[in-house]
Design a protein around this ligand. Structure first.
Ligand code: GLA
Length: 664
């Protein structure tokens, strides 16, 4: 019931956006892609790496993959699009019927493409198709392409229920790439159907190169030529693609090509590196092996939900290289929505090496204790700052690194700031709804109000972007005292965000933290302040939602990544929810975290009542997938002793899936 309603809500939303763009006739060309899709990198399947044009690319294969997505839990792990590549049509010159419509190959696809789309949709999956922005597709057999047929082909795909188009670059007749890809973008938008648009131009033409114009045209774009199922090819794609992080973000991704995991040309270690690097680069995860015949290890890799969560993280930043010794030892870091970092220690040599970095290098410094979770071995350890591992040849060790203590996020857009500042959203990768851009002047400021549960030391982490070539220094004051300076050095590009930390002492209760620009550039673009306190003793106590009092909801366990034994799925009504009974030794302002997942595209707010009185309404924004769990934090003034905390949905969508409440 809940899933059905959410599916309806999301399709209405997206269709609404598309109609708004295309309602006028004749259709004015859109200047940007505004299809609302691919907020996290697309996940799914494409047959090409497994079959190329061979005869086993057929209906049985596509239906078989869809069934495996459902039966083997891949759908629940986030894989959604089942995509057909080249050779699905009748070869030219007979690719089109008397009306000019493309004809599916009757041997491969006797029941046509709509049958496949219906089969996928009935299982809550999506179907994708392929053609080329040329007169013919890429395969030498020769299948008609979309150049000059954009409207007709887009309309045909939409009529079949297609949800994703990969648009290739072969036989393009030398027509300008931007023009060809933009024409198809507008044709897709004009159908009114939400269709993810994958540009397959291989980074071939320009300048400007496809990543420089791709954001306005497609949801993803190939940055390289075709991948092959061997180490040299795969690592070459990673080496090129990792140089382009500033161009990726929600709705627009660099695509280093489809996965080869499971095709047999690399070792399990190399496939783990492949999957890890694609995840930390926020690349599309399109399975390219025939899942009907792969080994069990392939499923272990493809279903590693900890690694998938790095790829699908809702902040949408492509990880960056923070260290490369030029001899094959490369360290990547990716900032995550909840303030954690993913780190990949990747050994491109054939010799085992000890590889090391530290929490300062990944922007997470300032604290005394951090948790490292190895996302492949699942071993959790604690460090005071060093991140180090012995990494085998061609292996990658991947960690999720969290700062211990309690972290509360303060979005800059909710702070106060110099008049004349703007809340901007033009550079992607920001947390919340935007970032603050102050006037370029000495004295520009951003001021946060921070509530501390107890007096004591705290670490301030500022997330900022500085695409200029100079520092944007600030002085930092806490409660009007001078507490130091931060340089906010250039980050390389405006959509490349970095962090600087500062240790301060906070008072119990309200604190004022103000950044004042000491240079004429003003404050750097400021995204958020995370305040971490490790003081106060007591520690955090977790309360599982499945153990709480549930109102109009059920305990489920079908979406991986929850803690405890399950999560609570509330009914899609106003008033469903959960009530926790928690205890506090001292009482007073206490951080309360809610861990949740919201796989829809709309907020699912809940009111929060403490001891019977509603004190706030908390939004629970989409997390990208039901398997993506994130935490939100608010502060409640608890009584000493026992307290009830009740979360109640305020819309007919119900609340998100609730995993647990953490207090302290
Ligand atoms: C090109 C693309 C590949 C694949 C083939 C199909 O080479 O880059 O990904 O789609 O065409 O012919």
């Amino acid at each position: 019931m809940r899933k059905l309603l959410s599916a309806l809500a999301s399709s209405v939303l997206v269709a609404g956006a598309a109609v708004a763009i295309t309602v006028a006739a004749p259709v004015a060309p859109a200047i940007a892609l505004e299809n609302g899709l691919a907020r996290t990198p697309p996940m799914g399947f494409n047959n090409w790496n497994a079959t190329h044009c061979e005869a086993d690319f057929n209906e049985a294969m596509v239906l078989g993959i869809i069934d495996i997505f459902v039966n083997q839990g891949l759908r629940e792990a986030g894989y959604k699009y089942v995509n057909l590549d080249d050779c699905w049509a009748v070869p030219a010159p007979n690719s089109r019927d008397g009306n000019g419509n493309l004809k599916p190959d009757p041997v491969r696809f006797p029941r046509g493409i709509k049958f496949l789309a219906d089969y996928a949709h009935a299982r809550n999956l999506k179907l994708g198709i392929y053609t080329s922005a040329g007169t013919k597709t890429c395969n030498t057999i020769g299948f008609s392409g979309g150049l000059g047929h954009e409207q007709q082909d887009a309309a045909l795909f939409a009529s079949w229920g297609v949800d994703y188009l990969k648009y290739d670059n072969c036989n393009n007749q030398g027509v300008d790439a931007q023009l060809r890809y933009t024409t198809m973008r507008d044709a897709l938008l004009a159908t009114g159907r939400p269709i993810v648009y994958s540009i397959c131009e291989w980074g071939r033409t320009g300048p400007p190169r496809v990543w420089e114009w791709g954001k306005n045209v497609g949801n993803l774009w190939r940055t390289t030529g075709d991948i092959s199922d061997n180490w040299t090819s795969m690592i070459g794609k990673a080496q090129f693609n990792r140089g382009l992080p500033q161009w990726a973000g929600p709705g627009h991704w660099n695509d280093p090509d489809m996965l080869e995991v499971g095709n047999g040309g690399m070792t399990g270690t190399e496939y783990r590196t492949h999957f890890s690097l694609w995840a930390i680069m926020a690349a599309p995860l399109l399975i390219g092996s025939d899942l009907r015949s792969v080994n069990a290890d392939t499923f272990t890799i493809l279903k590693n939900t900890d690694v998938i969560a790095i790829d699908q993280d809702t902040l949408g930043r492509q990880g960056v290289v923070i260290s490369n010794d030029g001899a094959g030892h490369v360290i990547y870091s990716k900032a995550l929505a909840n303030g954690d970092r993913a780190v990949a220690l990747s050994n491109e040599t054939t010799t085992t090496a000890t590889m090391s970095t530290n929490v300062n290098a990944i922007g997470l410094g300032g604290s005394s204790s951090y948790t490292l979770k190895d996302l492949w071995s699942k071993v959790t350890s604690t460090t005071s700052g060093t991140i180090s591992a012995s990494v085998g040849g061609h292996a990658t060790v991947m960690y999720r690194v969290s700062r211990n203590g309690t972290t509360v996020r303060h979005e800059a857009e909710s702070a106060s700031f110099t008049s004349g500042s703007t809340i901007d959203s033009n550079w992607s990768g920001f947390s919340g709804t935007g970032f603050v851009n102050t006037p370029n002047a000495t004295g520009s400021f951003v001021q946060f109000t921070v509530n501390a549960a107890a007096a004591g030391p705290a670490t301030l982490t500022f997330d900022y972007g500085n695409g200029s070539t100079s520092d944007r220094p600030v002085s930092v004051s806490v409660n009007a005292g001078s507490n130091g300076t931060l340089a906010f050095p250039a980050t390389g590009a405006w959509p490349l965000w970095k962090q600087q930390t500062l240790n301060v002492n906070l008072n119990a209760g309200t604190n004022t933290i103000r950044l004042t620009a000491t240079g004429t550039g003003g404050v750097a673009n400021l995204d958020y302040l995370d305040v971490t306190s490790s003081s106060g003793g007591g520690g955090v106590v977790h309360y599982q939602a499945e153990d709480a009092n549930i109102f109009q909801g059920v305990v489920e366990s079908n979406h991986t990544g929850f803690t405890g034994t399950g999560f609570v799925n509330g009914d899609n009504v106003v008033g469903s929810g959960v009530e926790f009974t928690v205890s506090s030794t001292a009482g007073g302002p206490t951080p309360v975290k809610v861990r949740f997942a919201n796989g829809t595209t709309v907020d699912r707010p809940m009111s929060v009542a403490l001891n019977g009185s509603t004190v706030l309404t908390q939004s629970f924004q989409p997390t990208g997938a039901w398997t993506n769990w994130v935490e939100v934090t608010f502060t409640l003034s608890l009584n000493a002793g026992s307290n009830t905390i009740r979360l109640t949905s305020t819309t007919v969508n119900g609340g998100p899936n609730l995993d647990r409440l953490s207090v302290g």
